[in-house]
Design a protein around this ligand. Structure first.
Ligand SMILES: Nc1ncnc2c1ncn2[C@@H]1O[C@H](COP(=O)(O)OP(=O)(O)O)[C@@H](O)[C@H]1O
Ligand SMILES: [Mg+2]
Length: 165
């Protein structure tokens, strides 16, 4: 069932670059009339290098500040920052719940070679990404466990690849 409005909801889309976060977030955005926060879009609009981690951190902080205000207005907010770490996702979930919002977590994954292929085809990174880098990211990423997933609310829009709902 889809709905929008009164009930605030935070939707976290996590996964490595190339995992399909933006693709899914855009589907959810239009289905739920949600506000989508993508650091890549803002960095691109500001002509920043997407590897500029300091600027990325500031943009994410700004997006989260606005995101919390929008949740306070009862809106649906989508965050597609990557959120590689469990503690980062815990912080977002707890804060959103404190604001009275439901919270969804969508986890997208793909094998290293698939991620690499998608990233290279997209051609957004300069210099181009190497396989070793993607492998390293893969090791660093803290994939949500079933125990963590159980801490979130059921999604209003199912992931296309999940085969459920
Ligand atoms: N499930 C999928 N199957 C095949 N290609 C996909 C899938 N999801 C995304 N893509 C493609 O992979 C590329 C990266 O997707 P994107 O949504 O930008 O990922 P992210 O935002 O996680 O970096 C895009 O070109 C997109 O069209
Ligand atoms: Mg993206």
């Amino acid at each position: 069932m889809e709905k929008s409005g009164i009930e605030p909801r935070l939707i976290i889309v996590c996964g490595l670059p190339g995992s399909g976060k933006t693709t899914l977030a855009k589907v959810i955005e239009s289905r739920l009339r949600a506000v989508r926060f993508s650091p890549d879009d803002w960095m691109d609009a500001l002509s920043l290098n997407i590897y500029d981690e300091e600027s990325r951190g500031k943009i994410e902080a700004l997006q989260w500040k606005f995101g919390q205000e929008l949740l306070g207005f009862g809106l649906t907010v989508i965050i597609e920052w990557g959120t590689w770490g469990r503690s980062e996702r815990d912080t977002l979930r707890l804060r959103a719940r404190a604001l009275g919002a439901a919270v969804e977590l969508h986890y997208l994954s793909a094998p290293v070679d698939v991620l690499l292929d998608r990233i290279q085809r997209r051609g957004m990174e300069q210099p181009p990404i190497e396989r070793d880098t993607v492998s390293r990211w893969f090791e660093m990423f803290q994939a949500p466990t079933p125990e963590e997933m159980a801490l979130f609310d059921a999604p209003l829009v199912a992931d296309p690849a999940s085969g459920s709902n």
